[in-house]
Design a protein around this ligand. Structure first.
Ligand code: ATP
Ligand code: MG
Length: 699
């Protein structure tokens, strides 16, 4: 009876019918290479030979195919990307000399331009293009909400119409090209729709994960001077209700107290979690989505943007410090994002594609909104948590929607592994073709589980290394093109030239280990830290002159594969041995009773640094002195005695960012007892774990 009251546009039976029809349509859709979509695959540029292992020829068939293209992309980046960019729609072509940059602070201001002179609109490429070519009835979004049975589908045509309605509303509010708009919405279709609506008219969106506190939201509203905000009345996440509108009101008051009084309008989407009558309201400022949007005209002409006009800004996760407002521009981001999504997931129009990220993170921008829509995919949007109401939720959804590509984070896998294989195997996963992970190094134990249990050893796993700053995947396998190794992101994507530097900034050759940097700019590189170009130059270009500094440690093996070893700050130097945090963590988590581990370095009189490990066991009864011995033994066997933790600290939970990354800087403070120096904890998912960890010290 509660079902679907918050989705007034559909009734349940009609929806089920619609879904059934579309699923069949989606699955039977074959794009032949002569169709418009086929041409975008670029038949001449990317020959595709048959592959036994695959139900259709992959876009990149093997390593030599890749190497030829990668070499071209490095030798002639401007020419290579211009060729790729032809597959997108531009209202004006870019200049001949479209790629100019300075990557070296000694020569002045750091800057980068791609497709200079070109004009386009990313939403035109994401939506109008498909509708115009007769694919308007194809599914764009397949949404599943918090509660079972809350489902909704939207076709490309419907999404285009809604994007236009919201865009028209934004224009009517006086929002212009270049204005910043803050989006604080839960994972409902309206979230990507709001992003696309901003992009439609050239407004710069700043999505803030709807789970951040009022303080964190206030800071982000103020920093980009938003005049307008999107939110919803509330949202249920698992068994909990989060009162988003309430948080927004608090955030606006906080910003006002801090001197920013610019928020003029708040558009509120009503969710059944909190009906209208109970939603706190500021008359004159707040308006309801349902009153404002549906009656707007369903077409809005796109703002033709210069390639270098800003598209969006987004704050980093804040794992290593105060979040940075990363700014991305239109042309380069569009071209590289579409291209990365296409090749990394071998994506074709009509593929059912599920990326579990929230739009509040870069992954939700690149690999949930822009990338898949640029490729005409059907995207699953998930508005709940993976183990709610039971740990079979994700696998059930894969079965139900016949998901082809499943892209997630190691933290999600580790959390679901704990419940055992039966939750997975109870569901049919035969639709799966490609699996992916992002966000942290994946420990081989989780990788193997993903491969064997989830993918039944028939789905390549793409472990994609990248950052908010890089805009798209940088080091990543291409499915079926070469063999993967558990825990390695393997080889650089087209146009990416990684190098491994020593502490002096010298490039190391062959198999080696050091600091990961990037030598040449790529189209989707961030252009600045919003409002603070100096911080941009200092953070990324001052450590090693002439290189983009990633902040990550990395090893290259004899096959040329890259292995991320953790943050540079986290590489521990024990008696002269460089110990990667990721390596020790994966040794610890290879113990069958160990759910998760986080390793840091602490100062040590003799060794310089000592390994300090926080370990989460599957059950509390495993936290025994005997178990500590077993864990030590595993590290000794897999890495060596120099890497043995001096201290094992039982951790019922770990401090993580909202995107699931472990905040090791907080763990360092706890280990050394510097409790008053915990720093910015506003991006922590559960602040309570800090106190618990402190209480577990020495146990
Ligand atoms: P901040 O920069 O504010 O500290 P953050 O670095 O956590 O935040 P993100 O841009 O979300 O913000 O994360 C990028 C980082 O995530 C990378 O620098 C890397 O450390 C880690 N990472 C992402 N993908 C992978 C991967 N596949 N393997 C290993 N590490 C990864
Ligand atoms: Mg970072």
């Amino acid at each position: 009876q509660v079902a679907r009251t918050h989705e007034p546009r559909y009734d349940v039976t009609a929806l089920k019918e619609e879904l059934k029809m579309h699923r069949i349509q989606v699955l039977s859709k074959q794009f032949n290479l002569d169709s418009e979509a086929g041409q975008q695959v670029g038949v001449t540029l990317f020959p595709t030979a048959g592959s036994q292992a695959y139900d259709r020829p992959p876009l990149i068939k093997d390593r030599s195919d890749y190497e030829r293209l990668h070499k071209w992309s490095i030798d002639d980046p401007a020419g290579f990307w211009a060729e790729i960019a032809k597959d997108f729609f531009w209202s004006k072509k870019w200049d001949d000399n479209h790629h100019t940059y300075n990557f070296d602070m000694r020569k002045g201001r750091i800057e980068c331009n791609w497709f200079k002179g070109g004009k386009t609109n990313i939403t035109y490429n994401c939506l109008d293009r498909w509708v115009a070519s007769g694919h308007g009835n194809q599914l764009c979004f397949i949404w599943e909400g918090n509660d079972l049975g809350h489902e909704r589908v939207m076709t490309y045509q419907q999404v285009l119409n809604d994007v236009c309605r919201v865009a028209n509303w934004l224009r009517a509010q006086g929002v212009k090209k270049g204005d910043c708009v803050t989006i604080y919405l839960p994972m409902i279709c309206e979230l990507p729709i709001a992003m696309l609506a901003c992009a439609r008219i050239g407004a710069v969106h700043s999505v803030v994960f709807a789970g951040f506190s009022a303080d964190a939201l206030a800071q982000r509203i103020q920093d980009c001077k938003s005049k307008l905000l999107f939110t919803s009345s509330a949202v249920n996440r698992g068994p909990k209700r989060v009162d988003l509108k309430h948080i927004v009101d608090d955030a606006i008051s906080i910003a006002e107290r801090n001197g920013y009084k610019g928020v003029k309008r708040v558009l509120v989407y009503e969710k059944s979690a909190l009906p209208r009558e109970q939603t706190p309201w500021v008359a004159g400022r707040d308006v309801w989505w349902r009153d404002e949007i549906p009656n707007r005209p369903e077409f809005c002409s796109p703002e033709w943007m210069d390639a270098e006009d800003p598209l969006f800004m987004l704050y980093t996760s804040g794992s290593t410090g105060q979040p940075k407002g990363v700014l991305h521009t239109t042309g380069g981001y569009m071209v590289q994002t579409g291209t990365a999504n296409k090749y990394v997931f071998d994506l074709r129009p009509g593929d059912v594609y599920w990326c579990t990220a929230d739009c509040g993170w870069i992954t939700g921008h690149t690999f949930l909104t822009y990338g898949p829509l640029l490729n005409g995919a059907s995207c699953v949007l998930f508005g709940s948590t993976p183990a709610y109401p039971d740990p079979g939720r994700c696998w059930n959804m894969i079965e139900k929607y016949k998901v082809r590509v499943f892209y997630t984070a190691p933290t999600l896998l580790r959390s679901l592994m704990q419940f055992g294989d039966k939750w997975v195997t109870a569901h049919d996963r035969s639709s799966l073709r490609i699996l992916g992970t992002v966000g942290e190094p994946i420990n081989p134990h989780a990788w193997n589980w993903f491969n064997e249990v989830v993918g039944e050893k028939r789905c390549p796993i793409v472990d994609t290394w990248w950052q908010t700053e890089t805009g798209a995947a940088m080091i990543t396998p291409l499915p079926y093109a070469w063999a993967t190794k558990p825990g390695s992101a393997t080889l650089p994507f087209f146009g990416v030239q990684p190098v491994i530097l020593n502490d002096k900034g010298e490039e190391l050759q062959g198999a080696c280990e050091g600091i990961l940097a990037i030598k040449k700019p790529w189209p989707s590189i961030m252009r600045t830290v919003y409002g603070d170009h100096e911080r941009f130059e200092k953070t990324y270009f001052s450590a090693f002159k002439g290189y983009y500094f990633t902040g990550d440690g990395c090893r290259r093996d004899e096959d040329g594969y890259y292995w991320i070893t953790g943050r540079v700050d986290d590489v521990i130097n024990v008696s002269g041995h460089r110990v990667g945090t990721a390596e020790v963590e994966s040794a610890l988590t290879s113990h069958p009773q160990c759910a998760e581990a986080a390793v840091i370095g602490t100062p040590h009189n003799i060794k310089g640094e000592a390994v300090y490990a926080y370990v989460t066991m599957l059950s509390e009864s495993d936290c025994t002195p005997a178990m500590k011995k077993e864990l030590v033994e595993i590290v000794k066997r897999q890495i060596g005695s120099f890497a043995i933790p001096d201290c094992i600290h039982w951790a019922p939970g770990l401090p993580k960012t909202r995107s699931g990354k472990i905040m090791r800087r907080i763990l360092r403070k706890i280990a050394t007892g510097a409790y008053d120096e915990l720093g910015d904890t506003s991006t922590l998912a559960e602040p309570g774990v800090v106190d618990t960890l402190i209480s577990m010290k020495g146990k």
